[in-house]
Design a binder for this molecule. Structure first.
Ligand SMILES: [Mg+2]
Length: 335
């Protein structure tokens, strides 16, 4: 699982930049680089350091009131490896009362998952297949009598964990008044419960755009609401579909009001683990975007593509620590 890049050193990179406003971030990265060398398990890569430095300066100059974070959930906020095995996704950890339905969903996974990543299938056909897959899974959840209670149990039994530093990241962003949009093709209700169980507190600045369940009075799943979000359409209507997490806790906020103010935040920090996650900001007319890509596996084949696509690439299931440092630097008032 370990992978290192010969020739990349933050120390070399950062020492070439003389502009004082960048020193803090670079010095953070230098420290991180040294820590990672000691740890020897994760790595940070910056494809174009001048471009990144300019973007940081731009975002810092506009101020935190112009910044928002858009983050993928599975294998971005959560770890790729948990307890020595592949961590589960929000879909993957679901357990229905009737195990027969778990087996049926697994059969669908075995059939459709290879198609999802097949290079031989065009976008149009793949989109159709993914709609079909997600539709069938949702139908099985309804047919198999999935309940609100099952959400709590599924998450409690699930092999899922946040990256180290996610709590600190949310806390820092909340303190700075910066909203976080979690954009996922998974299950919003599950994600919400993972946040509850693993972070032990709610963050008023965190909202989820994902597939949302509708339960009847008996707590049984009866339908899904809103537009289906699957792996091939994470670039449409993001903000318009957003439902704040805390709406379900009964504070009655108006999501449309939130959406309008979100759209005025024209600087974006985007976090994802797939190239397709870059599309999460498509619904936004942004000025400056810094993208951070978590490359968790298949590194030899994907590294050059990731390095060319994301501003920053983090390898080997890295913690969120350097993203926290990046945000600190972007929000720093120091020149
Ligand atoms: Mg993901």
């Amino acid at each position: 699982m370990s992978y290192r890049v010969n020739g990349f050193t933050g120390i070399t990179l950062f020492s070439t930049c003389r502009k004082p406003q960048f020193r803090r971030y670079f010095s953070c990265c230098k420290q991180l680089e040294m820590e990672e060398r000691a740890n020897s398990d994760s790595e940070l890569i910056i494809g174009d350091r001048d471009s990144l430095a300019n973007k940081i300066a731009s975002i810092r100059s506009a101020g935190p009131q112009k910044l928002q974070v858009i983050a993928d959930f599975d294998a971005t906020l959560t770890k790729f490896w948990v307890n020595g095995t592949r961590g589960q996704s929000s879909h993957g950890l679901v357990q229905q009362d009737n195990p027969e339905y778990d087996a049926k969903r697994q059969e669908l996974y075995d059939y459709y998952h290879p198609l999802e990543f097949s290079p031989d299938i065009g976008l149009e056909e793949k989109t159709k297949l993914m709609e079909e897959w997600w539709g069938k899974v949702h139908a099985l959840l309804i047919e198999g009598g999935f309940t609100k209670e099952s959400i709590i149990q599924s998450v409690a039994n699930g092999n899922i964990a946040f990256r180290e530093g996610v709590f600190e990241l949310f806390e820092l962003l909340e303190e700075k008044g910066i909203p976080v949009l979690i954009f996922s093709a998974g299950l919003g209700d599950i994600i919400e419960e993972v946040l509850r169980q693993k972070l032990h507190r709610t963050f008023t600045n965190v909202r989820i755009v994902s597939n949302r369940m509708v339960f009847n009075d008996g707590g049984r799943l009866v339908s899904f609401k809103g537009k289906l979000i699957h792996s091939q359409n994470k670039n449409e209507h993001a903000l318009d579909m957003a439902t704040p997490v805390h709406i379900h806790l009964g504070d009655g906020d108006d999501p449309n009001e939130d959406n309008a103010s979100i759209k005025k935040r024209t600087n974006v920090l985007l976090l994802g683990d797939h190239i397709g996650d870059l599309g999460m900001s498509d619904g936004l007319n942004y000025d400056t975007r810094i993208s951070v890509g978590f490359l968790n596996h298949n590194i030899e084949n994907s590294l050059s593509y990731y390095r060319g696509s994301f501003d920053v690439v983090l390898l080997n299931d890295a913690p969120m620590t350097e993203v926290v440092k990046l945000v600190s630097s972007m929000c720093s008032k120091e020149e």
